[in-house]
Design a protein around this ligand. Structure first.
Ligand code: PNW
Length: 460
């Protein structure tokens, strides 16, 4: 691919918020320093076969020791915001009890360094590094984890809320619940659909209780949100079966989160679907009122979209368990190194749909792509494929705004190549290359393109 020349993105206003994103376990390293306790990812990485090449986040990008240099790098990209997550096991080792002063001190310094350089901190409280002790006590399928999360959120906000305005409770509860407890692909590696659906409710409850606690604190500015990963689900044809399959897929991927958060109830069709599989959500009186605590913003992480069919390849409409077939059918588009199809117009459609059906201000909190980068000896990477991905998706965001969606910002995933969960260091999402032997950072062509695009779009 030929790298696109940077140009102002049509449809994006001068005051659009531009950022880059990371998460704690994916970049920090220093897993045993300053009183941090193990998280479920430290444990999961030791399970043979769980992570490609048996890799782990012990060192990662060594950001814990290099954050000053890294903030300079962010400032050099000319973005106005940095989205990062707090490691619960640093701030509250073991997941309960008082704040760990040495753990919170790291984030104190990071926040101050960002503010010094004029970069707005955009904090996520939970990006998957649950303290192992809480998993041992039942993890997210257990109700108590939601109560623990609210306490942790309160402590974190007490420490940083005088300087941090933008708070996201959870990153991608779908991944925590379904990849972690149903598919077994992420920590803690369980395969139990019922447990995963209990996790869904307790993640949402944890969000809601935390949201209430932060809202109850007066005297500070608060921009409160949650981040969901979603695609735009479309039927493979307009047959009755394909429409039903698409609705079912969207129910478990999107509406089971969006409806309780925004409307205060679970979608009826999803509740019926769960009942047909012997699963009841563990809802208690008052839970939905907490979960629907008003949000200021909805974070959207977008990578790809899917088409769905209600028939198997042999034409049958029910599976071995008697459940209706829901089969993902590829669009036939080029894919990234993750094998995820590149579907930029799905981002426009998703943002417009979220605006029309749920009405919240939106921020794209992650969007980006892994490709098989080839680095030169000096670390430069001519990643025209990644630049093209960003260009197409930013245009898609501009198109959504022009169609009326209230999209206020965009964060590129990711600032760095980093620990890509079950794929280890094999998959690179960075706009900055990291050489894991030397920890040298080099801005890729896509990073330079992003910097210039931000500047041109702002200055237009
Ligand atoms: C997101 N899926 O994860 C996460 O927020 C990031 O930490 C991660 O590095 C990034 O996307 C790239 O993977 C996802 O299977 C993981 O659909 C898996 C899926 C979606 C998002």
């Amino acid at each position: 691919a030929v790298a696109a020349e940077p140009q102002a993105i049509p449809g994006l206003p001068r005051d659009f918020r531009w950022g880059v994103a990371t998460s704690s376990y994916q970049i920090e390293g220093a897993v045993a320093e300053d009183g941090r306790s193990p998280s479920i990812w430290d444990t999961f990485c030791r399970v043979p076969g769980a992570v490609v090449n048996g890799e782990n986040g012990d060192v990662a990008c060594d950001h814990y020791h290099r954050y000053t240099e890294d903030v300079d790098l962010i400032a050099g990209l000319g973005v106005d915001a940095y989205r990062f997550s707090l490691a619960w096991p640093r701030i509250q080792p073991g997941g309960s009890g008082p704040v760990n002063a040495r753990g919170i001190a790291f984030y104190d310094r990071l926040v101050d360094t960002l503010l010094d350089r004029g970069i707005t901190p955009w904090v996520t409280l939970y990006h998957w590094d649950l303290p192992q002790e809480l998993e041992d006590a039942g993890g997210w399928p257990a109700r108590d984890t939601a109560l623990r999360f609210a306490d942790y959120a309160d402590l974190a906000h007490d420490a940083l809320g005088d300087r941090v305005v933008h708070w996201t409770t959870l990153n991608e509860p779908w991944c925590s619940a379904m990849l972690g407890y149903d598919q077994g692909l992420h920590a803690p590696g369980r395969k139990d659909f019922g447990a995963a659906m209990h996790a869904v409710h307790h993640l949402l409850l944890g969000h809601g209780l935390a949201a209430r606690r932060l809202r109850a604190k007066g005297g500070v500015d608060l921009d409160l949100g949650i981040t969901l990963n979603m695609g735009h689900a479309v039927p493979a044809s307009d047959s009755e079966a394909d429409l039903a399959a698409t609705r079912r897929a969207d129910g478990l991927a999107a509406r089971v989160y969006l409806d309780p958060l925004v409307r205060g109830h679970y979608p009826e069709d999803v509740v019926e679907h769960l009942a047909s599989r012997g699963v009841t959500l563990p809802v208690q009186d008052g839970d939905l009122a907490a979960i629907s605590t008003p949000l200021d913003v909805l974070g959207v992480n977008y990578y790809s979209s899917h088409r769905f069919a209600g028939t198997a390849e042999d034409g049958s409409t029910t599976d071995a368990d008697g459940q209706p077939v829901v089969r993902a059918v590829p669009f036939g588009r080029p894919v990234t190194a993750m094998d995820w199809e590149i579907v930029p117009e799905g981002l426009t459609a998703l943002l417009v749909r979220l605006h029309e059906e749920y009405g919240l201000p939106l921020v794209v909190t992650e969007n980006g792509a892994a490709f098989d980068d080839v680095a030169e000896a000096d670390g430069t990477v001519h990643d025209a494929d990644r630049t093209a991905y960003f260009a197409e998706h930013l245009r898609a965001v501009g198109a959504a705004r022009e169609a009326g969606a209230d999209v206020r910002g965009y964060f590129a995933w990711s600032l760095f190549d980093n620990f890509e969960w079950a794929y280890g260091y094999d998959k690179r999402f960075g706009i900055v290359r990291v050489d894991y032997d030397t920890q040298r950072r080099t801005v890729k062509d896509s990073g330079a393109w992003y910097r210039d695009t931000v500047r041109l779009t702002r200055g237009r």
